[in-house]
Design a binder for this molecule. Structure first.
Ligand code: FAD
Length: 401
């Protein structure tokens, strides 16, 4: 069995940022996971990022996204520069940056998944899907979004079994060519999926959301990075805010992220075959009664909205977001970890160093937003979490030397 001081589970932005920083401190670190696979497997090709190149992964602020972009642009002839335009940032450009960043810090990954993690005495034992076992003193869970798909119960109760898919499982948009689709949700991902599906040749797309359709405008994210970085000088900054102060910041973040749609989507979704049903709820969805039509067209579902709109679709896609609940993380051993993990409303309870109530077990990213603020659900806070966790794990190593 391999024995390692620092095991990082997951290979998304938060994990590789922390692994890079820990390695730079001389901490022997092993990352288990497939690099950026949520971005490669659960986001559609052709997607653009909402964030700009000013958000990066490096706790040392050296190998930044902007440095990468400048370096890449310098390598192309001026005539081709327009093709390397990065506003908005294409998904592939971010993936290239992440891969380059890993190279700068010599971060490699063991390309496997952890199927079981248990606590044994004061250490952790991970079992991988390739059969390997790893014993570790410190473990970071960089779980990201995969375990936390959210589908509101009151919505799902109205949908026939097998009629719906979450956006993160509906990324092969070619599949929807010639089909009619209902997207449930009214935020950026619902609209971006609609635009991309239309461009891939979907026949008809409906969007339903309970609220008014947000405005298409350029969001101002400039305040987010300085605020996310406050945790660097005061790890307890977020938790020491009054509840109303936290609420105001959450609201401002929500207003920037969710109450605005990117301007570059506007013309792409205002198309004759895209129907936006704002301020509507689904009343009922039933499998189409006409069996002969079903046979010729594949499965069909009749949809009735509360504004009286009726139409039928082949697929329903839930753009209903993500909500952490640590009980969903099935690979955590129930007896030694999961049942005894301290939580608040499904989120892990974390100390000011991202440590859970299980000593030397750390959790970062979206699951840490309750303890550290909403920024930790986005890449903007990768360097912050990396520095705090890396210094803590690295500091212990020095103390133990
Ligand atoms: C549609 C969409 C668009 C987004 N756009 C932006 C944007 O423009 N800008 C931005 O900053 N953020 C954006 N986000 C948020 C973005 O996903 C997060 O900022 C980022 O992914 C968080 O990184 P992470 O490392 O925490 O999680 P993830 O990227 O989700 O990575 C976690 C990784 O852990 C792996 N993993 C989980 N369990 C195991 C296991 N047992 N063994 C091994 N590996 C495991 C997963 O496979 C996954 O690859 C977007 C999210 C979505 C859904």
């Amino acid at each position: 069995m391999n024995h390692i001081p620092f095991l990082v589970i997951g290979a998304g932005p938060y994990s590789i940022a922390t692994a890079a920083y820990a390695k730079s401190l001389g901490v022997e670190t092993l990352v288990v996971g497939k690099p950026l696979d949520f971005w490669k497997m659960n986001m559609p090709r052709g997607m653009f990022l909402r964030s700009g190149p000013d958000w990066h992964l490096d706790a040392r602020d050296v190998h930044t996204f902007e440095t990468f972009v400048k370096m890449r642009q310098a390598a192309v002839p001026a005539a081709k520069l327009a093709q390397h335009e990065i506003r908005p940032v294409p998904l592939d450009t971010f993936l290239d940056y992440a891969s380059w960043f890993m190279g700068q810090y010599d971060v490699t990954t063991h390309n496997a998944y952890v199927t079981h993690l248990a606590k044994e005495n004061d250490e952790y034992v991970a079992t991988l899907d390739d059969g390997e076992k790893i014993r570790a003193q410190n473990v970071l869970l960089g779980l990201g979004f995969t375990f936390f798909k959210h589908a509101p119960r009151e919505l799902v109760e109205k949908l026939p079994p097998g009629s719906y898919t979450h956006t993160c499982d509906a990324v092969d948009l070619e599949f929807y060519r010639g089909k009619r689709v209902l997207l449930v949700g009214g935020r950026q991902s619902a609209f971006e999926w609609a635009a991309l599906m239309n461009e891939k040749g979907a026949e008809e797309i409906h969007l339903t959301h309970r609220h008014a359709t947000p405005k298409f405008t350029e969001p101002d994210w400039s305040w987010v990075q300085p605020m996310a970085r406050r945790a660097l000088s005061d790890h307890a900054w977020w938790r020491n805010l009054r509840p109303d102060e936290q609420e105001n910041i959450r609201h401002d973040f929500w207003a920037t992220g969710r109450l605005i749609l990117e301007q570059w989507l506007d013309a792409r979704v205002h198309q004759p075959n895209i129907h936006i049903h704002e301020k509507t709820n689904i009343v009922a969805v039933n499998a189409h009664a006409d069996k002969t039509l079903q046979e010729s067209q594949g499965k069909l579902f009749d949809v009735l909205l509360d504004d009286g709109a009726q139409f039928n679709v082949h697929h329903i896609i839930l753009a209903t977001g993500y909500k952490p609940n640590m009980q969903n993380v099935a690979f955590l051993d129930r007896a030694t970890l999961r049942d005894s993990l301290g939580t608040v409303d499904g989120f892990p309870a974390l100390d000011t160093e991202f440590q859970t109530n299980h000593k030397n077990l750390y959790i970062t990213g979206l699951a840490a937003t309750h303890a550290f603020g909403p920024f930790f659900g986005f890449t903007v806070a990768c360097p912050v979490a990396a520095k705090i966790i890396g210094d803590t794990v690295g500091g212990k190593r020095v103390a133990n030397a």
